[in-house]
Ligand binder design. Structure first.
Ligand code: MN
Length: 278
């Protein structure tokens, strides 16, 4: 009898622990990758682990501009701030999974390889972008690819949409005439980008003005080669890999869906972090 009570007691404890660990797992889906070994098997240099060997979660929503001032060689690959299926129906689960865990991860891995044992390893990614004209093309493409996608994932949310508020909303009205006019202009930039590239809303740090632009490939407005340089606060990936499974050639439909999942609080937070050099 005593044994039976003890067994019931132990089973109850085990069950409560397993519930606890399930509750911990709800927030972030563990990364599954064929290319990167699980941290328990072999700690990857880019994936910090806690004392229990679990990946240390670094939500991209916690990344600040100051994070990007760290040496590029120390940058880590951030977790998605939502599950693969949570941007549905705008972006389907498979697209998010392939885009994040294959494309984005490959840019990160290849960026690390490209800067390894070079003068760029100890430079911040922001400094690298400033001097991108003198960097090897692998650093330009993969550094941009890594950075741009962090911004992109971070400025999307399952509970996104609506409009910005406060100072950012006022400035959008001042520069573009209103939110709808801003969306229209941004959509034009995204639709008219020939081939693969990005559309951006950026702040010009020299005068605090907002501007819309688009860049080719994995370039971004921080790069010294940009037509107009600025600090991007909203990023839209218009590569076909971002939408083709669901939208095929209908880029315009993907772009109009984008506004339903924009994470405006994150965009506003970025806007507030920009230091204007007036
Ligand atoms: Mn992409």
């Amino acid at each position: 009898m005593k044994h039976r009570i003890l067994i019931i007691f132990l089973v109850a404890i085990a069950a409560s622990f397993s519930n606890f660990s399930n509750a911990q797992d709800v927030k972030v889906k563990p990364v599954k990758s064929k290319t990167t070994p699980k941290p328990a098997d072999k700690p990857a240099s880019d994936l910090k682990t806690d004392v229990q060997g679990k990946p240390q979660i670094v939500p991209v929503t916690d990344l600040k501009i100051s994070t990007w001032s760290a040496p590029a060689g120390e940058l880590t690959f951030p977790e998605l701030p939502y599950k693969y299926d949570q941007l549905e129906p705008v972006i389907d689960q498979l697209t998010v999974e392939i885009h994040y865990d294959r494309h984005h991860r490959a840019y990160y891995d290849n960026f690390k390889k490209a800067i390894a044992k070079s003068e760029f390893e100890s430079m911040s990614i922001l400094d690298i972008f400033t001097k991108i004209a003198s960097a090897p093309v692998a650093i330009r493409n993969n550094g941009g690819g890594f950075y741009n996608h962090v911004l992109y994932w971070e400025n999307l949310s399952a509970k996104g949409g609506g409009e910005p508020t406060g100072e950012l909303a006022d400035l959008i009205k001042k520069h573009f005439g209103g939110f709808n006019e801003f969306v229209e202009k941004f959509n034009d930039a995204a639709k008219s980008r020939f081939g693969s590239g990005w559309a951006w809303l950026s702040v010009d740090p020299s005068n605090g003005e907002l501007f819309i632009s688009s860049t080719a490939n994995q370039d971004n407005p921080l790069m010294g080669t940009s037509e107009r340089k600025g600090i991007p606060i909203l990023a839209l990936d218009v590569w076909e890999h971002a939408y083709y499974l669901k939208y095929q050639n209908k880029r315009a439909d993907y772009i109009s869906g984008f506004w339903k999942i924009v994470n405006w609080p994150v965009v506003e937070k970025r806007f507030k972090q920009v230091k204007i050099n007036k």
